[in-house]
Design a protein around this ligand. Structure first.
Ligand code: PLP
Length: 417
């Protein structure tokens, strides 16, 4: 369910508020991200409810969007955190999530990040290689603590997704190959003062549109756990990762709850219903509940194209340039018409291109839809452009504004460098 809609007069709205009025009230200039916390709350609650009575941990992947207002909203729904850095751990903790409800991934966690994760007592530090297991053991030994590790497996599964967001195939840098897992379990068992293996996890990639590929990699997790149990290892959780897709266009997509139902069914069929079931969604919780509002700086009549040039570019929203992703772009002040425009940003790169969109008569502003996930979190200051402002609405009210630091902050930092 998206938070985006139009009112009776055709104005673009988010969370029931007109976006033009909201930006005036928030006193921010474009480009500006706007998020609907109520939509995020509903998505988190629906996912929690999908588990019913099953022992579980929904670990929100902060990489999708680590804004404090969002993480606090999600935490209040009983959700934990999935981290990929020490900084994300500190944000999650600062937002009130207990470390015992956090799991951490990352192929090359730095020593300080391992030290932090071990000292905080994370629910699972998910090792992505035998080499990393050795490092975790050494850091735990130095702290005289026992690290709770999970083994992130590489299931060798190909998914139908952009190659940059597929992580579970043999050539990917992620996870421990299956033929090294027996060694990994033995390694952990041999140093029980330092390491306790508590779970097995997987994440095959993002933007899954249906549960089948999810179940394929989840089956690999279940098989690994069964084998480990037969070898005498006792585990606490199985973690099937994130990856639930969202509707970026008009194509229907399976709801996250369907993935959860399928995951519960699989774990029961595999005789693993006594273990905690962990999932790591990011995009599905926040993606549909954020938009990026941009100003049309100018039009340009090219030889073969009509360009619409925005004040938001690939530095604000990288997904189109990075993954060839397509986000719907619509006028802010009126409903879209038939006239097509090639929509681009101001950055000095040809890939700063959001694609062709039926905008109709050009408006003063446009709305780039479904950017709540992997939008601001991937933003940069490339070309000396300031990070965008962020505006948060909840239940039809403006509740928080995080203003852009402005370009002068960039100028000062570069001069000091
Ligand atoms: C290990 C891991 N878990 C969870 C996620 C979240 O995935 P998504 O946002 O597609 O749900 C990611 C994202 O790439 C990830 O790398």
């Amino acid at each position: 369910m998206t938070s985006f809609a139009r009112d009776a007069r055709g104005y673009a709205c988010l969370g029931g508020m007109r976006l033009d009025e909201l930006l005036t009230q928030a006193e921010v200039a474009t480009p500006a991200y706007v998020y609907d916390l109520d939509g995020i709350r509903k998505a988190a609650t629906a996912l929690e409810q999908a588990f019913g009575t099953r022992d579980h941990l929904v670990a929100y992947a902060l990489k999708a969007n680590a804004a404090g207002s969002i993480v606090r909203t999600i935490r209040a729904c009983g959700v934990g955190a999935c981290l990929v850095s020490g900084a994300e751990l500190l944000v999650a903790e600062g937002a009130g999530i207990a470390p015992t409800r956090m799991v951490m991934n990352g192929v090359a966690k730095a020593d300080w990040e391992l030290d932090l994760a071990i000292s905080k007592g994370l629910y699972g530090i998910q090792a992505e290689s035998l080499e990393e297991l050795e490092r975790i053991a050494a850091r735990a030994r130095a702290q005289k603590r026992r690290a709770r590790v999970g083994l992130r497996i590489n299931p060798g599964v190909e998914i139908d997704s952009h190659s940059h967001i597929a992580t579970g195939h043999d050539a990917a840098k992620f996870g421990i190959p299956r033929d090294q897992l027996a060694t990994a379990f033995e390694r952990v068992a041999a140093s029980s003062d330092e390491l306790g293996c508590v779970g097995v996890s997987v994440h095959v990639g993002s933007m899954l549109t249906r549960p089948e590929p999810y179940l394929e990699s989840a089956t690999a997790v279940c098989e690994v756990i069964k084998e480990a149990e037969r070898a005498g290892h006792r585990l606490e959780y199985l973690n099937f990762g994130g990856g639930f897709g969202i509707q970026y266009d008009d194509q229907p997509i399976e709801a996250p709850a369907r993935f959860v139902e399928a995951a519960i069914g699989l774990s029961e069929r595999m005789g693993l219903s006594a273990l905690k079931l962990v999932v790591e969604p990011g995009r599905s919780m926040v993606g549909p509940h954020g938009v990026l509002v941009a100003r049309v700086v100018q039009h340009k009549q090219g030889k073969s194209r009509q360009w619409l040039m925005l004040d938001a570019g690939m530095n604000d929203l990288l997904r189109p340039a990075l993954y060839g992703a397509r986000h719907r772009i619509e006028p802010l002040e009126h409903a879209p018409g038939a006239l097509e425009w090639r929509v681009v940003g101001p950055i000095c790169e040809s890939s700063d291109d959001f694609g062709s969109h039926a905008i109709g008569e050009p408006s003063e502003h446009v709305v780039i839809r479904d950017v709540g996930a992997y939008g601001f979190s991937m933003a940069s200051e490339y070309n000396g452009r300031a990070l965008a402002s962020e505006v948060f609405v909840d239940a039809g009210k403006l509740v928080h504004v995080s203003k852009s630091p402005g370009y002068r902050a960039w100028v000062e930092r570069r001069l000091r460098a």
